[in-house]
Design a binder for this molecule. Sequence first.
Ligand code: PLP
Length: 444
Amino acid sequence: MSDQRRLVPRTDQLLADPRLRSAADRLGADLVKAVVRSTQERCRSGEVQPDQVAEVALAMLPRSASSLQPVINATGVIVHTNLGRAPLSAAAVEAIVMAAGATDVELNLVTGRRDRRGRSAMAALAKAVPDAEDVHVVNNGAAALALAACALAADPKDTGRNVVVIARGELVEIGDGFRIPELLESVGAVLREVGTTNRVRLADYADAIDEQTAFILKVHPSNFVMSGFTSAVSVTDLAGLGAPVVCDIGSGLLTPHPRLPDEPSASASLRSGATLVTASGDKLLGGPQCGLLLGRAAWVQRLRRHPLARALRVDKLTLAALEATLTGPDTPVAEALIGNPADLMARAVAIQAGLAHVIAVEVVSSTAAVGGGGAPGIELPSAAIALDPGLAAPLRTCHTPVVGHVVGGRLLLDLIAVPPESDVVLAEAIQRVVGQGTGDKQCT
Ligand SMILES: *Cc1c(COP(=O)(O)O)cnc(C)c1O
């Protein structure tokens, strides 16, 4: 055995180090032991000095027991699906922590009896959309639509109605290969497509409706724009046909937003006569992943009592975050949406000045997007730091990863979706990767 091998500190010795012991309390003994073992291995091979094993093992430990990492979203896309969609407000994060232990989610502490699950989150949602007679929440937007189709259109024995009438231009693929028409068919609904890709008229719907029609579905084309020779039918006109109208508005905007004139809202859809509205909680609403169902009391109750509802039930953390999102201060998404380009530019200039002694970065005005299935085609004026595209990979592998986007041969770090308090971390990350050059080295 070589000297080096004999000098490798023993596992029990290392695990007795108070710093590694406290890490084991926080992260789990198995995880810490695995990191210690791999560091001993590196010591055996001469890569780590024997007296450095504990330090190196400590540095190798993950920040938390989950390997999900916090990321700075400098993509210029406010609701980025690959980055977990809406970042939660501080109020929502606090609510999640409070609800994490035992909590009164289904218990009335005054009477000591079982109570309606998530009643306060439901009350907050109902209060935010007074046009809804009743509300329900499931796991995501797709689940909301699946539950609606399953409860209202999947069982012809029950109602004799299992046909969903939908315009061909609204047969939407949401993303990652998932398609709304296939989702509806997967729970047993039968689709009756009307119109053409670009145009549909009221008469097309009127001709398609018969005694088998469960509902008309109006899907918001939330991730693409059709322009040119197009026509669609308004919710008001559809509601006039007599069949129930379900609106999948997607984005979760509860009331109209001045900056997003073409984005449908739950209130406006219900006021126009929609029987039921479905939407996501983690897009423009800025809350946790969930699916909102809002509308006529009798319909919402049928959904809530359907057996599938139990399989789509949201957990206490979601309920806590949703309520805090609805009742708390403006969400990060709401703040980004009203972001003032001059303020963003001033932040970019401050970052530039702070880096002047290390690297000359360029500040540019940029165009940001809402993203995540909301307000397609809307361009939001923003500001960005422009860097060498070779820095994209090192920045993504930083201690706090920074994700930008490469456009026109430059890496743009757009500030619209970066919380102002993260500017310092972003500047530090740039400083660190510049210090290392633009190779494929990792930034640690
Ligand atoms: C995003 C979206 C969905 C899917 O919602 P998830 O919350 O992602 O399940 C469905 N329909 C429309 C119109 C959407 O924009």
